[in-house]
Design a protein. Structure first.
Lengths: 289, 289
């Protein structure tokens, strides 16, 4: 483990920017990973209101290598970088900025983190019927990533917000080859969608700490062989996942997506393979405490 | 000693900005001082070309507490902060930026660092005849600080660059009560000035590593009871100081000014008394190696 005195003029800096950032696990995760590989990096947290100025500052500071971008800046940040990967332009947000000598690359690791969480769990996407509950920012990132990489037969999206739902449906239909269905979230539509879904991905805040005792999906709707993935990770097992597991379904916690998005960021920051167990252990220690 | 894993979301960041910064001792000095007092701070180095953007970025990043500003940005940096102390506006440069929740205070610690080096050595300024060799940025900072705080009878300035000399003389005459004399640096003027000076402050790069075997002042001009202060600190003892010491004069190395400007910055960054011996030891270890 390096100590602070070993920070040198060559040390490269990464940071999370967001508002708030006080409870972010990212400094703990990334610093532990840097230390375990003896990398000349340090990771700090900056609460930021003016994301454009923060990114301009990053560009001007040569050793400022990378940013993790979190709420509420993921959409605005995209406007202030030099290069954005095509899928992230379609998603319309980024969670990572990499500076190559002041040229800023923006990209998202939330969608790829979710895809990797599914792959790590042995879940094949190809040809499957995917039901997404929620059409917000995380759902956009995951839907575009699955459509672009996983080859699902159908992605069906339900949300109570019809404006967001229609926007995501239109963007996905224009931007991918996958069949996209969408409906306003009603009891009737949920029953029908659950009867068709192979993989259910929950992308709303329902069930998140401190309101843990709620779930969108009545347990009666689960069918054997369905996989349920909840992007919420506080608690580690939401009511949705506990209900699904009680019915014998395969479940994937949002913590897997969270860890994987950090792993993918780390590898972009450093160019080396992430120390996965070190990073996982930091997350688990913090979330269990 | 803290380790990197102890960096938290609350950790406040300080940095040196300049170009180049690769050989700066500031990260080693300040991180050792933070660690010795167990302060939740970290200090990094950023090579910067666009100082305005770097300072704008600092303003936008809430935990970015302080900057040390070095060559070539000390003059430009002054234009990008919100508040500048009066003496620093007259000097026309700053070496420190402090962010109080995005409100940026600019100030200089080079002049006060030189004044403290003289005070620490027991040298009284009041009523003395001070000879400054050189009229550049460091000379400006020191001259304004001495004139404003030390009460010398006369400050005489010699330089080969008459434009800089006249500018500094005019600014000092307008901005202070001290009697200011200035002359182009010639053999004749140096002989006369040395015959009158009580305290000689050398503010040019002459004698700096790697051209160590030169000095502006022929040893024959030294008189007993003079004090010689060289702001050059590589080597720790310049030829000027070695010559003066061989004649029995009191000498002060530029390293004292360097340490003191860092101490004064540290106290502005943190609001607590600097661990002076820790900081001195880091400087001495580096300069002797």
């Amino acid at each position: 483990m390096e100590n602070m005195r070993s920070i040198k003029t060559s040390t490269r800096v990464c940071a999370i920017i967001g508002n708030p950032v006080a409870h972010s696990l990212s400094p703990a995760i990334h610093n532990a990973a840097f230390a375990s590989l003896d990398l000349d990096f340090v990771y700090v947290a900056f609460r930021v209101e003016d994301v454009g100025q923060a990114i301009a500052g990053m560009r001007a500071m040569e050793n400022f290598r990378g940013m993790s971008v979190t709420i509420p800046h993921k959409i605005e940040a995209l406007k202030h970088v030099d290069v954005v990967e095509a899928v992230d332009r379609r998603i319309g947000s980024i969670n990572t900025v990499i500076s190559d000598n002041g040229k800023l690359l923006g990209l998202g690791t939330d969608g790829p983190g979710a895809l990797k969480a599914l792959a790590d769990a042995g879940v094949a996407i190809n040809g499957k019927n995917v039901l997404m509950l929620g059409a917000g920012g995380a759902a956009r990132a995951i839907a575009f990533t699955l459509a672009g990489n996983g080859g699902p037969a159908v992605i069906e999206i339900l949300d109570i917000n019809e404006t967001m739902l229609q926007q995501l449906t239109a963007d996905l239909t224009a931007g991918t080859e996958t069949v996209i269905k969408s409906n306003k979230m009603t009891d009737h539509c949920l029953v029908e969608a659950m009867s068709l879904a192979d993989i259910i991905i929950h992308c709303t805040p329902v069930g998140m700490h401190p309101r843990e005792r709620v779930s969108i999906v009545p347990p009666v709707l689960f069918r054997p062989d369905q996989v349920v993935f909840d992007i919420v990770y506080t608690p580690l097992e939401t009511k949705l996942l506990a209900d699904a597991r009680a019915k014998g379904l395969q479940v994937i916690s949002g913590v897997e997506m969270f860890i994987n998005q950090a792993i993918l960021q780390f590898e972009r920051f450093t160019g080396v393979d992430a120390p996965v167990e070190v990073m996982r252990n930091v997350v688990m220690e913090h979330l269990k405490s």
